[in-house]
Write a protein that binds this ligand. Structure first.
Ligand SMILES: Nc1ncnc2c1ncn2[C@@H]1O[C@H](COP(=O)(O)OP(=O)(O)OP(=O)(O)O)[C@@H](O)[C@H]1O
Ligand SMILES: O=c1[nH]c(=O)c2[nH+]cn([C@@H]3O[C@H](COP(=O)(O)O)[C@@H](O)[C@H]3O)c2[nH]1
Ligand SMILES: NC(=O)CC[C@H](N)C(=O)O
Ligand SMILES: [Mg+2]
Length: 501
């Protein structure tokens, strides 16, 4: 169960957890209204023998609250890949002292002095204390992020905490999620009510639509929006794939002209995201109004394939109690929704991560075709977050479509598509000088990005062979004549994000 950072001890007692994980967060323990542990927290955990694991900010909070010292790191912090090694036997690492691994970091503060009874059990390459414990009181802290796939032994460490130290049974199953979500739907949607599904051709909305269809049948109406921000021939390809593989009725709505009109002159990434989110909803609203005119009934519900990362990165919804998290970017389907939304949202995947959604879709009960499941994610705001600045300026969208197509086709030809989480091109608002056919050119620069990830929360750049990069760059400059320079993005997340805006 997820509880907000300012949860009261009374609420924790009601929930009666068998273990507590204190998560990371953007704050520093020294900031006046940073989240704190409620009075009596440690006494409650000790008297009920509840193990506590603090991760990143959570570890800093444990150290600070129990009398240790946390300071801004001298070297500026650690972001992305870092090597760590254990320094002594510990419960958290199951007494394994020969333990070194690559982990993912994202912090500017560090513990420099530990509370009484605690010891440091691992340090980073840069010398930071990165794992601490007071095994006797079952208190543990990790400065790095064991929950992300790029932390090599992170899952093993979490398993040791939950199943070894806390003794919790491992009984979470994706089959149960399917059953629970279908049950919720049966209770929510009345027998004569109609439902619209925002369907993009991506993994999430396809799995969501298939799940909802199992419950509401032909009262589900899928809407695919061509917002003018799709990739090369994407609208045709998506409609064709739907027809061949997914036997659900889908209406395609062409909204390109209106969407691009709204984006004209917008440069700020958040302004663009908000405009796109609002326009998506306007299209669904118009579809609902048309439906009412034709059938005399207004669809009340809107299904979206929203995932938990979309919620984490977007503006925390009012009333969610998550006042301590930062808006990284407003995903069009969460933070980009207008305030006067007339639909009730149905988001069966809202608490899941992409790897879990893929597992859900592959369950025999849903049996979503692999062509949807294996697709790279593509964001709803589409190429608008890949053309930096005003997307309507010049030929940016067309150039980007052409480059992206060459990049993806080359990846497929080299047999790399399934080894990459997501790959795409970015149009930069700069020009560079080149020479082609002995002539001077002053042309576009594009960046290529390809990353590995499990859930989009963290990512690493994909290590293409030099021969691939050489081939793809030559092919791009030869076929897309207005591009004379190609660069490859070698930034992990953090410190970057996957998309550039
Ligand atoms: N072009 C579109 N038309 C209709 N709905 C869309 C469109 N693009 C996005 N959406 C809605 O917004 C949601 C979030 O988009 P997102 O890209 O995260 O998910 P997805 O497209 O379903 O899956 P993926 O992440 O694999 O691309 C979708 O699940 C869908 O409900
Ligand atoms: O539907 C979406 N609407 C959005 O507004 C949005 N923004 C980012 N993304 C996708 O989310 C994942 C993480 O992206 P970032 O590292 O760029 O935040 C990556 O897979 C991104 O492509 C979005 N998907
Ligand atoms: N990821 C985190 O929890 C970061 C904690 C804190 N904001 C820091 O930068 O050190
Ligand atoms: Mg998508």
């Amino acid at each position: 169960m997820l509880l907000p950072g300012d949860v009261t001890l009374e609420r924790i007692k009601e929930v009666a957890p068998r273990a507590i994980v204190l998560s990371g967060g953007p704050n520093s323990v020294h900031i006046a209204d940073a989240p704190q542990l409620s009075p009596g927290f440690f006494e409650y955990c000790a008297s009920n023998s509840i193990p506590v694991l603090g991760i990143c900010y959570g570890m800093q909070l444990l150290v600070h609250a129990l009398g240790g010292e946390v300071k801004a790191a001298d070297g500026g912090g650690e972001y992305g890949r870092m090597a760590i090694r254990t320094t002594q036997a510990s419960a958290l690492y199951a007494q394994d002292t020969e333990h070194s691994q690559q982990v993912w970091m994202s912090h500017g503060d560090e513990a420099v002095r530990l509370p009484q009874g605690f010891c440091s059990v691992a340090t980073s390459e840069q010398g930071a204390i990165v794992a601490v414990e007071c095994a006797e009181r079952k208190l543990f802290g990790l400065q790095y992020h064991p929950e992300v796939m790029h932390s090599e032994r992170g899952t093993a460490t979490l398993r040791q905490f939950l199943f070894g130290i806390a003794g919790i049974p491992a009984d979470w199953k994706i089959e149960n999620v399917l059953e629970e979500e279908m049950q919720k739907l049966r209770q929510t949607v009345g027998p004569d009510e109609h439902v619209i599904c925002a369907l993009s051709g991506g993994v999430d909305s396809t799995v969501a639509a298939t799940l909802v269809h199992k419950v509401v049948g032909e009262r589900l109406h899928c809407v695919f929006v061509d917002n003018g921000l799709l990739r090369f021939k994407e609208a045709e390809r998506v409609m064709e794939t739907f027809e061949q593989h997914l036997h659900l009725p889908v209406t395609k709505i062409d909204d390109a002209e209106r969407m691009l009109g709204l984006l004209k002159g917008l440069k700020d990434p958040e302004a663009k995201r908000k405009a796109i989110g609002a326009e998506f909803i306007r299209v669904f609203q118009e579809f609902a109004d048309d439906f009412k005119r034709q059938h005399g009934i207004t669809p009340k519900y809107l299904v979206q394939g929203t995932l938990y990362p979309d919620v984490i990165e977007s503006c925390p919804p009012p009333g969610s109690g998550q006042k301590h998290s930062h808006t990284i970017k407003s995903h069009h389907n969460v933070g980009g929704l207008p305030k006067d939304l007339k639909f009730s949202l149905i988001e069966p995947l809202r608490e899941l991560f992409k790897d879990e959604v893929r597992a859900l879709g592959r369950l025999p009960a849903l049996n979503v075709p692999e062509t949807f499941i294996a697709r790279h994610p593509f964001p709803g705001p589409g190429l608008a977050v890949r053309v930096l600045g005003d997307v309507t300026e010049g030929d940016a969208l067309d150039v980007l479509r052409a480059v992206d197509e060459v990049f993806i086709q080359t990846i497929r030809e080299w047999g790399l598509y399934d080894r990459i989480w997501q790959a795409f091109a970015v149009f930069l608002p700069v020009r560079s000088v080149g020479v082609q056919g002995d002539q001077r050119t002053h042309s576009h620069v594009v960046a290529l990005r390809a990353v590995t990830s499990a859930d989009g929360m963290t990512a690493d750049w994909f290590p293409f062979e030099p021969a691939f990069l050489r081939a793809v760059s030559t092919r791009i400059c030869n076929t897309v004549r207005s591009v004379n320079r190609v660069v490859y993005d070698v930034t992990s997340k953090p410190p970057g994000t996957i998309e550039w805006e």
